[in-house]
Design a binder for this molecule. Sequence first.
Ligand SMILES: NC(=O)C[C@H](N)C(=O)O
Length: 322
Amino acid sequence: MTRLAIIHTGGTIASKPVASGGVAPQASPLDLIQALPELGNYTLTVLQPYQLPSPHITPQHMHTLRNLVLELAGHHDGIVVTHGTDTLEETAFYLHLTLREEVSVALTGSMRHALEPSWDGPGNLWGAAVAATHPLSRGRGPLVVFGGDVFDARTVTKTHSTALDSFGGYPGPIGRVDSNGQEPELHYFNKPERMQAFDPPHANAHVEILYTYAGWKGEGVSEALERSDGLVIAAMGTGNVPAEVLPLVAHSQKPVVIATRTHAGPVLPVYGYPGGFRTLLDAGCIPASFLSAHKARILLIVLLSLGYSREKMMEAFRKVVA
Ligand SMILES: NC(=O)C[C@H](N)C(=O)O
């Protein structure tokens, strides 16, 4: 039988109403497993290293998870990680950066909890189990499976705060898992670009993100640089910031990465006015390429933990999109 490991980490897929009000992750992993009889077709290993709402997930949790996946990978055909959806893409990207592409791992979650009439947990778990263990998935790196769509971990993002099909991103799904009524059908349209797998010793670097807005004069930049190991700025358009921000980040001893706050596309050195991305680049800032600010932060944490120089960081960010 196919050997499947399911690692439960919390999120709405593991949530139910709590006495103090609202819902929180506290369901037993068995509730979810029992809701999906199809799991009887697998030899299962079930683990729960922590049970958290995903806003409580830290890079250290991601590192623990990565080590657990590595331990399990040798003796399983596939690994599923259930996770809260709010930060699922950050965990998926940490795994993308730190696992070799042969490791078959699929992350999923749910938007509604087990006591709601349209709980999407079992269906999503089914799709993730199929994708994680399917021979066609091998070599595609960590996947995110949601509502039947299969995404690569680098480009996927949560696009809606409540919809059941809340995951998307640019350029979109790389595959699709459906049932033909009797058995699963998995199809791929694309193979994600891969990059070198980093082997970080920990994920303890402290990296902050600041978000630009019209009229920002750089409030918070100096303080953030002072207390952190590095800073990511979610800049405007192709990587531009108000003129006042340029001197605050220019030639900083600590790395300053520039991402775009738009929902797709790269940063590019188009504009040469003060604060235009070309001037930030000349002042030593690092381009995040196509990465969102929160994924650029994950990569910067990995590179800082490896002690990379600014030049090596530039190179690593350049290679994120081969
Ligand atoms: N749908 C979800 O899982 C959202 C939840 N707040 C979480 O990320 O833990």
